[in-house]
Design a protein around this ligand. Structure first.
Ligand code: DC
Length: 233
């Protein structure tokens, strides 16, 4: 797809766990030649560091300090996540990290620190950024905003498949419960809860293929950027 690259573009993709955000965001970024940024990986990295250093997940001050001090790198065009120079790509996907990341992400100081890092990452590049608050808080002026959803059963199935591919064996009921609890926490927290931005396009991916969602989002990008100007964020 040819897009005027003289102006930086942000494609914001938000939604609950298991909606397909990572798969879709990665593919859309590749098609557009944009950098893909998985902000969930950043909250996971802070959670991992907290668990490793025995920081109490209720200690908001210490968690904020960790988030400020953390060096988190997401090298472009790779799925690697580096925390303080260490490759933590696999470690942050361990089942115990998901609820911990959700808890850590409710701390306002942690969010402030990571949002700043996220804005820096997109300062000079067009990006596809996925998370929970990208279109509402991180880039409220993003040119393209997508809220990607799927029904609870589908989201649980996708999460279960993801975990199995990584070699984790968890009972379906446990995964269903994890997804439900995490979404409930992410949607009801006081600070930057998961909500659809008023100007986001809602996509229910329950009965769509990855290719269909991808094409739909690319069409929205095309429509919203076709006048070649006014792409400033
Ligand atoms: O996308 P994920 O499942 O890897 O994210 C892990 C947790 O991080 C998720 O439960 C909520 C939190 N998160 C957030 O609060 N804001 C974001 N922009 C991204 C993730």
């Amino acid at each position: 797809m040819s897009i005027d690259m003289s102006t930086r573009i942000v494609v914001a993709i938000d939604g609950p766990a298991g909606a397909g955000k990572s798969t879709i965001a990665r593919r859309v970024a590749e098609r557009l030649g944009f950098i893909y940024i998985d902000t969930g990986a950043m909250y996971r990295a802070v959670a991992l560091w907290a668990l490793r250093t025995n920081v109490d997940l209720a200690d908001m001050h210490r968690l904020e300090q960790l988030a400020i001090a953390a060096s988190i790198e997401l090298p472009p065009r790779s799925a690697t996540v580096l925390l303080n120079g260490e490759d933590v790509t696999a470690a942050i996907r361990e089942p115990a990290i998901s609820p911990a990341a959700s808890k850590v992400s409710a701390v306002p100081g942690v969010r402030r620190a990571l949002v700043e890092k996220q804005r820096q990452m997109a300062a000079e590049n067009s990006v596809v950024m996925e998370g929970r608050d990208i279109g509402t808080v991180v880039f409220p002026d993003a040119k393209v905003k997508i809220f990607l959803d799927a029904d609870a059963e589908t989201r649980t199935e996708r999460r279960l498949r993801d975990l199995r591919e990584r070699g984790a064996t968890l009972a379906p009921e446990a995964v269903a419960q994890e997804v439900e609890e995490r979404d409930q926490r992410d949607r009801t927290r006081a600070e930057s809860p998961l909500v659809q931005a008023p100007d986001a396009v809602y996509i229910d991916s329950t009965s769509l293929t990855i290719e269909q969602v991808e094409e739909f989002i690319l069409k929205i990008v095309r429509d919203r950027t076709s006048n070649g100007k006014g792409l400033r964020l």
